[in-house]
Write a protein that binds this ligand. Structure first.
Ligand SMILES: NC(=O)c1ccc[n+]([C@@H]2O[C@H](COP(=O)([O-])OP(=O)(O)OC[C@H]3O[C@@H](n4cnc5c(N)ncnc54)[C@H](OP(=O)(O)O)[C@@H]3O)[C@@H](O)[C@H]2O)c1
Length: 280
């Protein structure tokens, strides 16, 4: 995927337009670019499945974090998911500014047992994964396509917040132990995106996920331990959970690209998230 980059420098000034600004990553991106002029757009400002409203200001940079992220619901509404993920990315690219768009470890089938790098071939198992792969193709030439995984942060719906709630209510939770990946803290991802942009690294696909790897069950145990919750984790197989969408069994992402920003270990991300939750 690495290619000779012939793009002009990204303007260091000018408007940074953030789609999905109310989402967990969108919020972290707004914070990471807070020293610049930022236009945070929510769904009410622009439904990205539709062409942009004429009133939209001209951006110098677009951070496209809006997406259909309900992996299971996408199985029942592939067209709806594609309209947001593929159509939305096409519309964001059509704004004509350099674009950062986000993709997923779910573009891989998980059969590999070594970390996936940018040059590995995608083969999504789910509707969501397929729409995100098509979205990569829709991002155009002037885009950084950031593949990341297992996102969580202090806001929104995510695994860490769900486990903190369940862990306070129950003695035991059942968590899958046959999917291995990199739980990534949105604050660390947003900082790495800032590096991509500020260093004007070449466009194309970049794998940006937390260092280290674990299963969801191991992650849950780390959450309970770090939060001082006595809840036990019962390790189960994905089959037992019976979710509509198939997830890859192994989707550890690493970058094989020169100069790739390196994210902190997922345990440091977890700590940063918990510290943030204590302050907020
Ligand atoms: N979450 C993960 O584990 C994960 C892993 C890998 C990659 N990613 C990718 O990372 C990016 C950010 O994900 P996230 O975790 O921040 O997701 P999120 O918290 O679900 O945020 C997505 C945002 O997009 C908005 N949105 C949905 N449909 C929209 C539409 N038609 N028009 C405008 N806005 C719309 C949502 O608004 P509403 O609240 O109104 O629905 C929400 O604010 C996405 O591209 C996602 O595919 C996520």
């Amino acid at each position: 995927m690495e290619h000779q980059d012939t793009h002009s420098l990204v303007p260091r000034r000018g408007l940074v337009l953030v789609t999905g600004a109310g989402g967990q990553l969108g919020e972290a991106l707004c914070e990471a670019f807070a020293d610049r002029e930022v236009a945070p757009l929510r769904r009410a400002d622009w439904d990205v499945a539709l062409p942009p409203p004429p009133s939209l200001p001209t951006p110098a940079l677009v951070l496209h974090a809006a997406a259909w992220t309900d992996v299971d619901a996408a199985e029942d509404d592939p067209q709806g998911a594609a309209a947001v993920n593929v159509g939305g990315t096409q519309h964001a690219a059509g704004l004509g500014a350099p674009l950062v768009t986000f993709s997923t470890d779910y573009v891989f089938d998980g059969r590999q047992r070594r970390p996936y790098v940018e040059s590995d071939g995608p083969a999504p198992l789910s509707v969501y994964g397929r729409t995100k792969l098509l979205a990569e193709a829709a991002a155009g030439d002037d885009a950084w396509i950031v593949r990341t995984s297992w996102l969580y942060g202090p806001t929104g719906t995510n695994f860490v917040r769900t486990m903190l709630r369940l862990g306070a209510e129950r003695d035991e939770v059942a968590v899958v132990d046959d999917q291995r990946g990199c739980p990534t803290y949105v604050g660390h991802l947003a900082a790495a995106v800032r590096t991509l942009v500020d260093l004007d690294l070449p466009r194309g696909i970049w794998h940006l996920a937390a260092d280290g790897e674990c299963t969801w069950a191991e992650f849950a145990e780390a959450i309970f331990s770090a939060a001082g919750l006595a809840c036990r984790v019962r390790r189960i197989a994905s089959e037992e959970l019976g979710r509509p969408a198939t997830r890859p069994a192994y989707s550890v992402l690493r970058s094989g690209r020169r100069g790739a920003p390196r994210l902190p270990h997922w345990r440091d991300g977890l700590q940063a998230c918990l510290d943030r939750l204590r302050v907020d």
